[in-house]
Design a binder for this molecule. Sequence first.
Ligand SMILES: NC(=O)c1ccc[n+]([C@@H]2O[C@H](COP(=O)([O-])OP(=O)(O)OC[C@H]3O[C@@H](n4cnc5c(N)ncnc54)[C@H](OP(=O)(O)O)[C@@H]3O)[C@@H](O)[C@H]2O)c1
Length: 264
Amino acid sequence: MAKLVMITGASAGLGEQLAYVFARQKMRLLLLGRNRERLQQVARQATKLTAAPVSILVGDLLDDNGQQAWRQCVAKCGVPDILVNNAALSGFGAVNDLSLAKAQTVLQLNALVPLRLSQLFIQAHQRDERPSYLINIASAGAELALPYAAFHSASKAALLGFARGSQAELQATQINLMTVLPSLMATGHFKQATLPYLKSNRMLVKLMTSIQLAPEKIAKKIVSSSLQGRQILRLPQGYQWVARLNCLAPSLVRKIIDLPYQTR
Ligand SMILES: NC(=O)c1ccc[n+]([C@@H]2O[C@H](COP(=O)([O-])OP(=O)(O)OC[C@H]3O[C@@H](n4cnc5c(N)ncnc54)[C@H](OP(=O)(O)O)[C@@H]3O)[C@@H](O)[C@H]2O)c1
């Protein structure tokens, strides 16, 4: 039977593009999100790419850290062979400006929900003899935190910590965990989440706008890398070099990263 893929946050952005890539691989899909209409649109589009079933699950992951979504997935379609923890909030803003409620939501949706779902996935596949794939979408900000994104970076760093902390346990299983660290993607958040914090310089804004990654390309790379058993995926290629330089000269990299942003 075709592999079952569960994708959280599949109604837009990267999650939507991941749905299309998995559909092209003829896998069964379960797409999660709160917006029923958008999910139905994505499901209709994905159905055109595959003969395998495409289902949707409408719900808010914040209600119970995704546990109900997991139970519903298992009851409706079975235990997923591939889980993509993609749903997240940007949660950008100065530390002083972010309310406790917003900070809590960011930490819950971006860290607690994917980690609880990861735990359920690992428990379900612990003794399997065939491979399964857990894909956690973090962010480059998990290791190279951006200014005005402290809570966001903290939430994404939790996924990296989980990957490192579970590595020894997972070695004894057939579970492949890949943590993805993409830099800025063109999913429509730039104007609201990044632009207000940049220095007002037209060239700089143009440069930052142009470096946004296409989610279609990122989705393809994520799927192929995961199925090859990769553990950490940094995107784009250039960021891999920045991450290496960061190990050698962290203060220099910090200065470069902070450069385009306003200082308050
Ligand atoms: N965009 C970037 O520049 C960037 C950079 C690095 C990493 N990332 C990471 O990449 C992933 C995808 O980012 P994106 O920009 O594609 O995100 P996006 O366009 O904002 O989409 C987020 C998805 O999450 C769902 N979602 C949000 N809150 C939810 C909730 N409470 N319960 C269930 N679903 C919920 C949304 O669907 P509904 O509204 O239908 O619920 C939507 O499908 C995220 O993990 C993000 O942190 C993004």
